[in-house]
Design a protein around this ligand. Structure first.
Ligand code: HEC
Length: 148
């Protein structure tokens, strides 16, 4: 088996085990999905990430307990530096599952709380708030990641 085939099979396996067959595609221009995502956001994310997606104060500085505050999801944060798939995994499984070890974080995984559709809708809502230029850069990142 060629190494490239092996990598393809390994990533397919990863996708299946995560319960998603195709790579995640956010839909920031679909108003029905975005409005559903907005209510998911307000019910499940706003308490930490803020009603206006501004995150918690001094979000770059660890708190006294060593944990990070919730970062903003608007264009001032680094949410848009992650591909759609990475954002999906971060939300579904939580930062701890992805970083591993003894990593301590306030952010839970939403695997048992939100459906995959709800996670895609909330991330689509977040993306819909970014300026056009950033959305286009994010689209390009996703296209590049999907070609690998
Ligand atoms: C209890 C507080 C809390 C709630 C509720 C919460 N988060 Fe978070 N979130 C955090 C914290 C704190 C971080 C910083 C990650 C860390 O601890 O390393 C974070 C990080 C993230 C990141 C990574 C951002 C980046 O730039 O790296 C994403 C994506 C995210 N959250 C999405 C969500 C979504 C979507 C929801 C709602 C479904 C949500 N979060 C609900 C606290 C929360």
């Amino acid at each position: 088996m060629k190494p490239s085939t092996r990598i393809l099979l390994a990533s397919l396996l990863l996708l299946f085990s995560a319960g998603t067959v195709t790579a995640v595609e956010l839909k920031p221009s679909d108003s029905a999905i975005v409005s559903k995502g907005k209510s998911v956001y307000r019910a499940h994310c706003a308490a930490c990430h803020g009603f206006t997606l501004k995150g918690q104060r001094n979000w770059r500085k660890r708190k006294a307990d060593g944990r990070l505050p919730a970062p903003p999801h608007d264009a001032s944060g680094h949410t848009w530096h992650h591909t759609g798939q990475q954002l999906f995994d971060l939300t579904k499984f939580g930062p701890k599952a992805l970083i591993g070890g003894n990593y301590q974080t306030d952010m839970p995984g939403y695997n048992d709380i939100l459906s995959d559709e709800e996670i895609i809708s909330v991330l689509s809502y977040i993306k819909s708030t970014w300026p056009k230029k950033i959305r286009r850069r994010h689209d390009a990142m996703d296209r590049k990641a999907q070609k690998k």
